[in-house]
Design a binder for this molecule. Structure first.
Ligand SMILES: [Zn+2]
Ligand SMILES: [Zn+2]
Length: 320
């Protein structure tokens, strides 16, 4: 029996997912890849495809149930969805090896999943993401990403949305649109820009290489982007990873995520979407591992100024 539960920390309003099925995940046979064509999960492959996560942290097999006991025990069952998106049938390929058309098809899978999941009113947030490399916990080499649909708005997203709504109230403008303009004016942290997209390491980056990719136009969801915006974003995503590889002169581990507005909650049209790519690599030799100062206070110590890291990456964006 798999126990999946989501409990709330009443002090911080964070939700924590408990999933005992992940502990019982069996070790894989050496040399066997469940994402290669011909496996049970992927019998055929013609283009990027969504498949269920075999060991999901969240599952919609049961109805959503919420309960509260006293002041301190608020929980719901581990409701939601976890899927994988298999990018290609080439086992050793990487995201950056894929063609623009292949990545566009991955985007299409994300968009159709977002539409499908958000039609369920119990789902409040959808996150498409990719973990690449052992340093960020990727256990399968075969190129793939993941999709999570949560029955709550994650705390970090809620905090962003609260700030955006407060800013809107005060200035009658989008905080992100204004932030992008101010970064462009300041120039120092801009890595690349064209008429549709801006790539930067923000003034407040947590990690040395914390790359944010914004559409200039105010859009809250990927499906609201034009074809040209999507195409330019794909080039920037790919080029950001290539630039990180060039800076560190090796295949770096990274996490890539798409931050769209929450769904089925009010005020989300004020959210401005972005992609984020970060690597735990902080210099040629070492990784940024979170120590007590970060884990106990969530106050990050970053040994590289965003201005320095942006300048390093900018050199490798010239040929986009
Ligand atoms: Zn494979
Ligand atoms: Zn905006």
């Amino acid at each position: 029996m798999t126990v999946r539960e989501i409990r709330k920390n009443p002090f911080t309003n964070e939700w924590i997912i408990y999933s005992e099925s992940r502990q019982t995940r069996p070790d894989r046979e050496e040399g066997f890849c469940p994402l290669c064509t011909g496996s049970t999960e992927v019998p055929n492959f013609s283009q990027p495809l969504r498949i269920p996560n075999k060991f999901p942290s969240l599952s919609s097999d049961e109805e959503l149930r919420k309960s509260k006991k006293g002041e301190f025990q608020q929980k719901m069952n581990g409701y939601g969805t976890c899927e994988l998106v298999v990018y290609t049938d080439v086992h050793n390929a990487k995201f950056i090896d894929l063609t623009l058309d292949e990545i566009m098809l991955i985007f299409e899978r994300w968009m159709e999943a977002s539409k499908e999941f958000s039609s369920n009113k119990n789902i409040k947030y959808i996150l498409p993401f990719e973990n690449y490399g052992p340093e960020v916990g990727a256990t399968l080499i075969h190129p793939h990403g993941q999709l999570y649909a949560y029955p709550f708005v994650p705390n970090s997203v809620q905090k962003e949305l609260d700030s955006i709504l407060q800013y809107k109230e005060k200035n009658n403008a989008c905080m992100v649109c204004d932030f992008i303009s101010s970064e462009i004016q300041d120039e120092k942290r801009i890595i690349f820009q064209d008429e549709n997209i801006v790539v930067l390491i923000p003034y407040f980056a947590r990690y040395a290489y914390d790359v944010f990719i914004y559409p200039r136009r105010h859009v809250s969801f990927l499906h609201q982007c034009t074809r040209i915006e999507l195409t330019n974003m794909i080039s920037c995503l790919r080029q950001s990873i290539v630039a990180l590889t060039d800076v560190f002169q090796k295949d770096v581990s990274y996490s890539l995520s798409l931050h769209q507005a929450p769904v089925n909650v009010k005020g989300t049209s004020y959210y401005h979407l972005y992609f984020k790519i970060h690597t735990p690599q902080r210099n040629l030799k070492s990784l940024k591992l979170l120590g007590a100062v970060e884990t106990s206070t969530m106050t990050y110590i970053n040994s590289t100024l965003p201005e320095t890291a942006s300048s390093n990456l900018r050199k490798y964006f010239s040929n986009i």
